[in-house]
Structure formats: structure tokens, C-alpha cells
Design a protein. Structure first.
Length: 133
């Protein structure tokens, strides 16, 4: 195995690609963002309330994947009804700065991107042929 190729995230055989896929996932960025702004651990229902459009299944899978990757810690309390809370691990905390920068960039350039999309769509919209003469 070519170690230079296998250590480049641009290579399909690089193991870092799986991690990049996880960290760049929209649900991951939203979950990490919520946890990094929270003053206390966050309950599952709170995530559902804060992240519009995420299904229970997708939230469960995202949290499980983040826990497996060592970015999130899940704490279950033996009470009725069951209470489960999530918080960032020290490794998860290291994502705060890059994801906050990405979020800030998105907010700063949102209008520019919308303008570019509108211009592109205008240029590439096929005009329907007029009535036959």
C-alpha cells in the first residue's frame, strides 16, 4: 500500500475519509453545535426540538455514531421514565473551533451563495418553445 496515497483524504483508500464523512455530515455539525453551545448535557427530546427536520431514527444513529467515534458521551440514568443525556467528550470539544468557523462562514456568505444560485438558475433554465407558427 502506498502510504502517501493512503494518508491523503483525497484518496479513496485513506481511512481518514470515514472520519471526514462523519464530521462533515449536516446532522453531525448540528448535534456538535448544539452540544458546544449548551451549558449542560442535552437530552434526546431537546435535540429533536432544536433540530428541525431530523427523524428520531437519524438522530439516534447520529448520536450513536458520535459516541462510537469518541466525540459524544451518553449518560443513562436508571429512573422512570428513562433519562438519557449527551455531552461532548474532550475530543468532541476540539471540533468546536472548526465547526464554529464553518457556521460563521455559512452565515456570512449565505446571501452571496443564494445570489449565485439564482443567477445560475436563470442562465440554465430552459425556455419552453413558443407556439408553433
Amino acid at each position: 500500500m502506498d502510504t502517501e496515497e493512503s494518508s491523503s483524504v483525497y484518496s479513496e483508500i485513506c481511512p481518514a475519509r470515514e472520519i471526514l464523512d462523519r464530521v462533515a455530515d449536516k446532522w453531525t455539525t448540528l448535534v456538535i453545535g448544539i452540544l458546544s453551545e449548551a451549558k449542560a448535557p442535552v437530552r434526546f427530546g431537546e435535540f429533536r426540538r432544536l433540530i428541525g427536520g431530523i427523524s428520531q431514527k437519524m438522530l439516534t444513529q447520529t448520536l450513536r455514531d458520535l459516541e462510537r467515534d469518541g466525540l459524544v458521551v451518553r449518560t443513562a440514568y436508571p429512573v422512570i421514565p428513562p433519562r438519557v443525556e449527551y455531552s461532548l467528550t474532550p475530543l468532541g470539544q476540539t471540533l468546536r473551533v472548526p465547526l464554529n468557523a464553518l457556521s460563521a462562514w455559512t452565515l456570512e456568505h449565505m446571501a452571496d451563495i443564494h445570489d449565485a444560485q439564482t443567477a445560475f438558475d436563470r442562465r440554465h433554465t430552459k425556455k419552453s418553445p413558443g407556439p408553433a407558427a
